[in-house]
Structures are given as C-alpha cells and as structure tokens.
Design a protein around this ligand. Structure first.
Ligand code: ADP
Ligand code: MG
Length: 161
C-alpha cells in the first residue's frame, strides 16, 4: 500500500497500514498528534520506532500522539530528550530517545540502547538516521518532511527483521 491523503483522519480507514509503506500529509500539529494516536496500535511493544527528518519536521509532535495512546502520557509531558537522551514512560512500557547530540558509534554505545531493546517496550528514537546497525526487533521507520508552514509529510514503513 502506498497512499497519500490530505488529512489525518483518513488514516483510520487503513487498518493494517504498515505492512509496507504508508504516507500522508498533515496540515496542523493536531493532525499529526491524531495520526500518532492511530499509529500507536501498530507499534505495540516490543517495537523499535526510528523517527527521521530535520529539526521541526514533527517527530516529537508525532511521538506525543503515539505515547498518549500507548502509555496514557499527557501531551505536555513529551518533549525532545535532547539533553537527557532517554525518557522512560509507564514503568518501562515505552522509551523516548533523541540522538540529536550523538556524534558517533562510541556515543551511541554509552546510551545503553541494547538494554532498552531487549525489553518488552516500544522504543521511539528521534534522529533514527543515527541508529545504524541491525534492526533488532519489529521495527517501523517514520520519515517526517517539512513541506510548508504547517504541512508535514509523514511516511511510515515497516522494516523486515
Ligand atoms: P522535531 O521533533 O522533528 O524537531 P517538533 O515536533 O518538535 O519537531 O516540532 C514541530 C513544530 O512544527 C512544532 O512547533 C509544531 O507546532 C509545528 N507544526 C506546524 N505544523 C505541523 C504539522 N502539520 N505537524 C507537526 N508539527 C507541526
Ligand atoms: Mg524532536
């Protein structure tokens, strides 16, 4: 499936979306949050979610929606873990990671991601481009693109092991 629609709500009609590839354009942060809420059922633990795309492309906004549904996290409690690098939610049901400040494999190794990925958790990684290496579990890659002022294209792809 490779579809593109113009609003977040239409996603609900595509129930098993991420068999391969899915793409849509959202036109407000709220639409992106709503899309994240829909996406949550596709990334139940254990699952690695790699979020890619430039600063301001909507990665954290999407994570707000995913964590709201997946772990009942209020939206204002979700911020990019740029300094702490890892935030834990719902007693380890979900982790939100940000690799923005990670500069190479050695930095990455000190983060303890291997340990997180061994758990029965959904691990959401912003700047997933920097993850590298093998995809260790059911894994979804999400690319966010800044199209215009409030327009973002979000492309979701399920990666094979
Ligand atoms: P990232 O984590 O990729 O750096 P954020 O989600 O933190 O991006 O920031 C996205 C910014 O863009 C927010 O300020 C948000 O309000 C704004 N924005 C405008 N339109 C959208 C949209 N359609 N989807 C997501 N964010 C949007
Ligand atoms: Mg962010």
């Amino acid at each position: 499936m490779n579809d593109e629609s113009t609003n977040g709500r239409s996603f609900a009609r595509h129930s098993s979306l991420v068999t391969r590839h899915f793409s849509l354009v959202t036109r407000s942060p709220e639409e992106t949050v709503n899309f994240g809420r829909e996406l949550a059922k596709e990334v139940q633990p254990p699952c690695l979610v790699l979020l890619e795309g430039e600063l301001g492309s909507g990665k954290t906004t999407l994570v707000k929606g995913i964590l709201a549904t997946l772990a009942s996290v209020p939206e204002d409690e979700v911020t990019s873990p740029s300094f702490t690098l890892v935030h834990e939610f719902a007693e380890g049901r979900a982790y939100h990671v940000d690799l923005y400040r990670v500069e190479g494999p050695r930095d990455l190794a000190t983060l303890g991601l291997d340990d997180l990925l061994d758990r029965d958790a959904t691990v959401l990684i912003e700047w997933g481009e920097k993850f590298g290496g093998e995809v260790p579990r059911p894994c979804v890659r999400i690319r966010c693109e800044h199209l215009g002022r409030d327009e973002r294209r979000i492309t979701v792809e399920r990666l094979e092991r």
